[in-house]
Ligand binder design. Structure first.
Ligand SMILES: CC(C)(COP(=O)(O)OP(=O)(O)OC[C@H]1O[C@@H](n2cnc3c(N)ncnc32)[C@H](O)[C@@H]1OP(=O)(O)O)[C@@H](O)C(=O)NCCC(=O)NCCS
Length: 177
């Protein structure tokens, strides 16, 4: 378990499913990520089990890192964070519910994630793919030190046709707002 100023971050686990469904089962959450993130606790249980099992021996360089994010003051479930590491580079993704949007919790969580991936997992080169209309996500990435690139030179797994690609390099500053 990890702590930031306002957040408690836990390795994603089976028992997070009900609270995550309650936080994320909202139509706005799926607007730019190809559909709803989760709709039922059963579906999320299945997905969490797959995510925590990892990619398996066919992809020896690939590892999946998933986290649930709570507000520390009251334990409210806010969303989840994920990183996939591929040896020398990584991609990150995040899904937060609308109930607590616009307060910087997602920014604080993603800032922690990119620092964790860089410092604890030793993967400085990080990527994210974003729908061009997902302005909140684009602003968030820029706040935590990502820059837009014309094209990706890595095969980002979460890339959908038309997405913008963002890259963060070692030592990129993470503005506080
Ligand atoms: C993308 C997503 C994480 C953005 O959430 P968000 O609520 O905008 O992010 P934050 O909670 O960090 O809030 C940021 C806003 O709060 C404001 N804010 C208030 N206090 C703040 C603080 N302490 N720190 C940072 N920002 C703060 C910022 O000014 C910012 O506003 P702005 O975007 O108008 O500049 C969220 O909409 C989401 O999960 N959507 C669904 C899934 C998705 O699209 N994921 C991304 C796929 S690429």
């Amino acid at each position: 378990m990890w702590h930031t100023e306002r957040l408690t971050i836990e390795p994603l686990a089976h028992e997070h499913a009900e609270e995550l469904v309650a936080a994320l089962d909202h139509e706005s959450v799926g607007a730019f990520i190809g559909g709803p993130d989760v709709t039922t606790a059963a579906a999320l249980h299945e997905r969490i089990d797959r995510l925590t099992t990892g990619p398996g021996p066919d992809w020896p360089d690939e590892r999946w890192w998933n986290f649930a994010v709570r507000r520390s003051s009251d334990g409210a479930m806010l969303g989840r964070l994920e990183a996939t590491t591929y040896g020398e580079w990584a991609e990150v993704a995040y899904v937060f519910g609308p109930a607590f949007a616009g307060r910087g919790y997602a920014t604080e969580g993603v800032r922690w994630l990119v620092g964790h991936v860089a410092d604890e997992l030793s993967v400085a080169e990080q990527w994210a793919a974003v729908h061009p209309d997902n302005l909140a996500s684009i602003r968030l990435l820029e706040r935590v030190g990502f820059q837009r690139e014309p094209v990706s030179w890595r095969p980002i797994g979460s890339f959908d046709d038309g997405d913008l690609v963002f890259h963060r390099h070692a030592g990129a500053p993470t503005a506080q707002r």
